[in-house]
Design a protein around this ligand. Structure first.
Ligand SMILES: [Zn+2]
Length: 373
């Protein structure tokens, strides 16, 4: 009887292994083969604005024909700021609003945005959250959006043709979604199932990772996903549990943008991540120190990165969390802390003393910027 059970267990293990291999091959073919068939760029200007909305994410993509994609919508109350930015850039409709995951520092002001400007489609991770904020987001979609295909759930290989040769492709979340019990200490379900996308425009590419951490990165590496990109939007605001050495090696990024807030209490970005990026010769930009970061490409090999201001501190120095999470038993999650501390006069003086020159970067000149940092 015991023997029979062992044999059955082996068969199941073999079937699972075969299923994983088949899934991996299909995933590889879906996300990779079609990359080579993308039409050429129109040569017009593509802009990506990593908005300065404090401790959270909100990233605006504007195509040469003024199509607009907003990836995340910051914290509750950020709506005014985001709408002002959209208005300033002449955006009068959002073609696609991507909610990478249902945490309040990503979908916080999504309802405010949907109420403030026409939004055609929403792309959701499919992982729900039991918060009023997420309910408000869904209610705003119901009440304010009209398109029959207004609500989409992300699936790998899904591709959005934005015209002019600009494409957004979904790489994650992959099935089966991560469950709480799958995650190592430090992991978090909504983060692990974040929507990860790549933006392609001719020779230019950018990887947008939401708050995904190393376990999600590992899964993409195992599946052979196309991760090489010029620019990385660093996962989880520079958390130490994201942006692994393997991921940096596989991505071969030239530049990395960290979207985080000044005086955040989570220790974002961590010194570990900054050190790993520098070891990989990746240039670092930070919204907490440099404000909004704008990337401009015409689809050629050369592209530009412009921060809004000179850095108000040392880009290579990380922040310390309010609580030590080195044991990983006390993992710090969004909402564990109250609002950010108010900057003190001493901090402000220190920041002024540390002023640095802002960097403008391109693939050809990028590595020079890294030296001496
Ligand atoms: Zn976040």
């Amino acid at each position: 009887m015991a023997q029979k059970r062992t044999g059955c267990g082996c068969l199941i293990a073999v079937l699972i292994a075969i299923a994983i291999i088949i899934f991996g091959v299909l995933y590889y073919l879906r996300t990779r083969r079609t990359e080579e068939q993308l039409p050429p760029p129109s040569g017009g200007q593509l802009n990506v604005h990593v908005l300065d909305i404090g401790q959270g994410d909100s990233i605006l993509i504007r195509t040469p024909s003024n199509k607009a994609v907003l990836i995340d919508a910051g914290n509750p109350g950020n709506g005014k700021k985001i709408l002002a930015a959209l208005n300033g850039y002449g955006v009068n409709q959002i073609d696609l609003l991507v909610a990478t995951h249902a945490h309040a520092d990503h979908i916080g002001a999504a309802d405010e945005v949907i109420k403030g400007i026409p939004v055609r489609q929403v792309l959701d991770s499919g992982v729900e959250n039991d918060t009023k904020n997420y309910a408000d987001f869904l209610a705003a979609i119901d009440e304010r959006m009209d398109a029959p295909d207004k609500y989409l759930t992300a699936t790998p290989g899904q591709r959005f043709d934005l015209g002019d040769g600009v494409f957004l492709t979904v790489l994650a979340p992959t099935q089966p979604l991560f469950k709480k019990e799958d995650l190592r200490g430090g992991g978090n379900e909504p983060n692990a199932n974040s929507i990860i996308m790549r933006l392609d425009y001719g020779e230019f590419s950018m990887l947008l990772t939401g708050d995904a951490e190393a376990q999600t990165e590992d899964r993409l590496i195992q599946a052979g996903a196309r991760l090489e990109a010029d620019v990385l939007k660093v996962g989880h605001h520079g958390s130490r549990y994201a942006t692994s050495e393997d991921f940096i090696e596989r991505g071969r990024f030239t530049d990395a943008i960290i979207s985080n807030g000044e005086d955040n209490r989570y220790g974002h970005p961590s010194q570990d991540v900054l050190d790993r990026l520098r070891a990989g010769k990746v240039n670092i930009y930070r919204t907490d120190l440099q404000g909004e970061i704008t990337i401009t490409s015409n689809g050629s090999e050369r592209y530009e990165i412009k921060p809004a201001r000179e850095a108000t501190g040392d880009i290579a120095t990380g922040r310390k969390p309010d609580r030590d999470d080195s044991s990983r038993t006390g993992f710090i999650q969004y909402g564990d802390f109250g609002p950010a501390r108010r900057p003190t006069q001493a901090n402000a003086n220190n920041r002024n003393a540390n002023n640095r020159n802002a960097n403008t970067s391109s693939r050809r000149t990028a590595n020079n910027n890294n030296r001496g940092r």
